[in-house]
Each structure stands twice: as structure tokens, then as C-alpha cells.
Design a protein around this ligand. Structure first.
Ligand code: ZN
Length: 564
């Protein structure tokens, strides 16, 4: 017992990476046979989440063979219009599961397996969990072809390695994969925050930007900061690998104050249940305004992230009058390349030049309690702990519009917005929906639940909402063929489907009266049928496509074609 305690003391006094795990370095082969060049790193800061894998560039094209990184069995196959698009999960005997996302298509044996399920369910979008051992794979077997499906904005392979038991994603680069990176992380911005009541930093009681210059040794030196009270720092930065211009995320950040580690976190692993707390690691207000993410070196209220290896006073620095402090931010990439930013701080009481108070409104949110507001035309209900911090909320209303604060405050949970639609007739209500207005006042559909005299939506996005009306049914057009055309040598049929306002809810297609699988790619507004799916015994074929938008406007298009 004494010995265990001693080891515990040793580990905690080292203060860094106390939970460092060893990862098998030689067990896996790469998922692609081209050099690994990354368009995204593990833990990279994304909208409402940390990136849970690496994004491997695929030379701006689709269709590269994707290999099983080790022997294993497929545990999950999903085809979705969003997220990872077409994705495979492979469990390996050593306790890890590899994940391959945004695939163009699966290998023939997996394609056959999933198409049976798609035809059975009459749905393009499916998710299955094959029995353990039902679809076995060998290391190096081609399992799929790389693509751009789901929420992907360019061809790449999203690749993850998770613990099969905890399902925690781990940094795939800890498994011995080679990515050329001798380039230090880049810092493009430094910010100081007065945190306690009456704290000041550079004669201001709100966040200030701090200038810095590059020194001969490559480190960065900030202009001297004067401060008093409890303060904290944050930076904007990225990491570039050697062979690509992509601005990827950094691996670890350590803050040292007068030689003592005050905070240290890294992206070795995290859990999906905590990923949304990214909104407390970044300065969310700054992000809402400038779309730029400041990573804070201190822990804000409501931050429940487990990524910290060490925290002293939550990474906050108490500055006393007459004393000097040297604050160092050490920013590393996974290869250990370091960018060091030194911030000299002097404890000094100075008259405030900028004395800003948070604007007060009539409505104050106490984060840990449920909050209810009645605006007449709409009611807003925030469950307890929707927000990380207490604040004055700005609520306004127009004739059919309500403003629920702005996008500079993050909501951790869904809140409910309920519109009163009693002034509208049944017919009008059918075409109405709740829309969120973007910064150019363009309406976008939000999932609208209609009941009696009310429309309700549940969302995590603060902003302006309105009732919008969609009276126009979706459009359907043939893309690679025409009505009454001979298509004997065609491999596929492609059509364009679109909806102007509420968006497409469902689509379906039949060929001579039988349901056919059409793969939908919302990014290109296309649906595609592959002739290999079925043997057509008739010469004359009638294709019938039906598309419905989110308020129920429907359009049907019928085309005849011929095939020998
Ligand atoms: Zn990705």
C-alpha cells in the first residue's frame, strides 16, 4: 500500500501525462497506400466538437482503395446523408476499433450485404450491427473506396481508432503511423483575460489582444502586460504538417508560470460525452463574432473536460501589485515540435482606459435553474444547465419573429421554442414552419413539431427565429438521360432534386412499379440509381420519382426509357 501511494505521489508530482497509455505501434497498417498527408488532426477544434479522428487527404479524388488496418470483424455499417456518410467500423482482436468515414462505396462483399438491407428496408439510409464474426476481414483487405459522402466538404478519408470497450476515440497518430512533420505550430493571436471582479489587464477590465514578436531563437515574445487580480491567457493557432498547407489542430498546450506548470492538456484521447464542452475551452463569444477560436489556458465555469493532465488554480494567475511574472505558453504538435510564447507580466494598479460593463437586460439567466420566458407570440424554455454561466439574456419579438439573444453564447443542451399559431388557418399552418434566420436573414428549416395551436422546435442555437411559409413543391429533373431515350449502355441513372425553402424531407423511386435504391447526395442535389442492382426484364421501363419537402409539398415525376 505504501508503495502504491509513493508511485501515486511520484506521478502526480511529475504533473504531466499521468494517464499516459501505451499504444501498439506495429499492429496496424495504414488505411490507404498513399503517403499520409493530413487535412485534419485528432482533437482539432470543430463546431461543437473535437475532431475524433484524422482526415487523410486523398489527392483531391475519390475511389482510392481503403484497407483494413488489421485482422478484424465488421461491427457496424452506416449509410447516412449526414455525418460520416458511408462508414465502416471494424473491431480488432487487440481491443481497438477502426473507423473509416465519408466512403464512396464499400467493397463488393460489403456492398452486397448492405444493399440487401437497403432493399429490404426500402431506404438508402441504414445502420446495421453485424454479428461478431459475420463479416470477417483480413489485414490489408480492400474494404471500401474513399469518397466524400456525408458531412464532408472535399474528398478525404476520415479515420479513427477507438477503444472497443470504452468507445473513446484515441489519437490515431499514436499507433506508429508516419506523417512528415518538422514544422512548428503557428500562433496568430494572443489574448489576456481579467477574470476576477475588479481584475485588470492592460488598463482594461475586458479581454485584450496582446502583440508579440518573433525572437532570434524562434520563440515568441509578447509585449509586457500590466495586470492586477486574477487573469488568464488564450491563443489562436494551428499546426501545419510538412506536405500540406492545411491548418490543423495542435496536440498539446502547457502554461508555465514562473517555472511552475499551471495548466497542461493534450489530445491523446477524449470521450464523446464531453466533446461539446469544447465550447468552454474556446472563447465562444469571440468565435460567434469573428469565427476564430481562441484556446484558453485556463478552465472556465462549466468546463468538464477530462483532457487536462495538470491544473493549478484552474490555470488562472493571481497577479499581485509590485510582483513580476513570466508566463510561458508551450504549444506542441504530436511530433514534439514546439512553439514557445513568453508573456512578461507586471503587477501594477493602473487607471482603466476601457471600463466595459456587460449590457443588462430585463431577463437574467441563472444557469443551474430552468428558465421560462413568455414573449406572447412565442414561449422559450431553457432546462436547467442549458448554459455554462449566468448572464443577461436579450429577448425580443417582432410580428412573427423572436430574437433569442445571439450566437455569442453557447447552449450545452437543447432549449424549446414554441410559437403560437392560433391566428393562422389550418391550410396556412400546413405550409408554415419554424425557420432560423442566418446573418443575411435567410430562413433555414428547423425541425418543427406541430400540435394544436402551437409549433415547437428544439435547438441549441441561440439566434433569431421566424415562421416561414413554403408553398412550392420540390423540383425533379433528369440529369444524364431524357424521356423516351434508349439507355442500353448506361450504367446508372441520375436525377436532380431540389427544394427552395423548407428542404427535402423524403424521396422514393420505383422502376416498373418496384422500389429501387437511389443514392442521394444532398451536396450535389442528385439521386442516382445503379443498373447493376437489378436485372431488368422489360424493354420499356417507367421510372417514377416522388419527392416531398419538410412541410409536405409533394412532386412526382415519371420518365420512360428503353433498354435492350
Ligand atoms: Zn474527419
Amino acid at each position: 500500500m505504501g508503495r502504491t501511494f509513493l508511485i501515486f505521489l511520484l506521478i502526480s508530482s511529475m504533473g504531466i501525462s499521468a494517464q499516459e497509455t501505451t499504444y501498439p505501434k506495429e499492429a496496424f497498417r495504414p488505411p490507404l497506400d498513399i503517403p499520409l498527408i493530413l487535412a485534419g488532426t485528432f482533437g482539432e477544434l470543430r463546431s461543437n466538437h473535437f475532431h475524433s479522428g484524422i482526415d487523410i487527404k486523398t489527392q483531391q479524388r475519390e475511389g482510392l482503395p481503403v484497407y483494413a488496418i488489421g485482422n478484424g470483424t465488421i461491427t457496424r455499417i452506416k449509410v447516412s446523408l449526414w455525418g460520416y456518410g458511408k462508414v465502416l467500423y471494424v473491431a480488432h482482436p487487440n481491443g481497438y476499433t477502426s473507423v473509416y468515414g465519408h466512403l464512396q462505396k464499400f467493397s463488393p462483399k460489403i456492398e452486397e450485404y448492405i444493399k440487401k438491407i437497403q432493399y429490404g428496408k426500402k431506404s438508402y439510409e441504414v445502420e446495421v450491427f453485424p454479428e461478431y464474426g459475420e463479416i470477417k476481414l483480413e489485414k490489408g483487405e480492400v474494404i471500401a473506396y474513399s469518397g466524400n459522402t456525408g458531412g464532408s466538404s472535399g474528398p478525404h478519408l476520415h479515420f479513427e481508432i477507438r477503444s472497443s470497450i470504452s468507445e473513446k476515440p484515441t489519437n490515431p497518430l499514436l499507433y506508429g503511423y508516419e506523417v512528415r512533420d518538422a514544422t512548428n505550430p503557428t500562433v496568430v493571436g494572443l489574448y489576456g483575460y481579467p477574470l476576477s471582479k475588479n481584475a485588470q489587464l492592460n488598463q482594461s477590465n475586458t479581454k485584450s489582444q496582446i502583440n508579440f514578436t518573433r525572437q532570434k531563437d524562434g520563440s515568441l515574445l509578447a509585449d509586457k502586460v500590466t495586470a492586477l487580480g486574477t487573469i488568464g491567457f488564450g491563443f489562436v493557432g494551428f499546426d501545419r504538417q510538412d506536405l500540406a498547407a492545411n491548418k490543423n489542430g495542435v496536440y498539446s498546450v502547457r502554461q508555465v508560470v514562473n517555472g511552475q506548470v499551471y495548466s497542461d492538456y493534450d489530445f491523446e484521447s477524449f470521450s464523446f460525452s464531453e466533446t461539446r464542452y469544447i465550447n468552454t475551452l474556446i472563447d465562444y463569444g469571440h468565435f460567434g463574432k469573428y469565427r476564430q477560436r481562441i484556446q484558453k489556458s485556463f478552465k472556465s465555469p462549466g468546463n468538464h473536460l477530462s483532457i487536462y493532465n495538470k491544473l493549478v488554480n484552474d490555470g488562472k494567475i493571481v497577479v499581485k501589485e509590485g510582483l513580476s511574472y513570466t508566463v510561458e505558453l508551450l504549444i506542441y504538435d504530436l511530433e514534439g515540435n514546439l512553439t514557445k510564447l513568453v508573456i512578461p507580466v507586471e503587477g501594477k494598479n493602473q487607471p482603466l482606459k476601457i471600463d466595459e460593463e456587460t449590457p443588462k437586460t430585463d431577463n437574467y439567466i441563472v444557469a443551474k435553474r430552468p428558465n421560462n420566458f413568455d414573449l406572447g407570440i412565442a414561449k422559450v424554455y431553457f432546462p436547467a444547465n442549458t448554459f455554462y454561466e449566468d448572464f443577461y439574456i436579450d429577448l425580443r419579438k417582432g410580428s412573427d419573429t423572436v430574437m433569442v439573444h445571439n450566437n455569442r453564447v453557447p447552449a450545452h443542451r437543447n432549449f424549446t421554442l414554441t410559437f403560437d399559431v392560433s391566428k393562422y388557418s389550418e391550410a396556412e399552418r400546413k405550409q408554415l414552419f419554424i425557420a432560423r434566420l442566418d446573418k443575411n436573414s435567410r430562413p433555414s428549416y428547423t425541425s418543427t413539431y406541430k400540435r394544436g395551436n402551437t409549433f415547437t422546435t428544439r435547438t441549441r442555437n441561440l439566434g433569431t427565429y421566424t415562421l416561414a411559409r413554403d408553398t412550392v413543391p420540390p423540383t425533379i429533373r433528369t440529369k444524364n438521360f431524357k424521356h423516351k431515350q434508349w439507355l442500353t449502355n448506361y450504367h446508372y441513372l441520375s436525377l436532380t432534386i431540389a427544394d427552395d425553402l423548407s428542404g427535402i424531407d423524403t424521396y422514393s423511386a420505383t422502376l416498373n412499379g418496384e422500389w429501387i435504391l437511389m443514392e442521394y447526395e444532398p451536396k450535389k442535389n442528385t439521386i442516382t440509381y445503379n443498373f447493376d442492382d437489378r436485372i431488368l426484364d422489360k424493354k420499356q421501363c417507367v421510372l417514377k420519382v416522388t419527392v416531398t419537402d419538410n412541410v409536405g409539398n409533394t412532386n412526382t415525376h415519371e420518365v420512360t426509357f428503353y433498354r435492350k
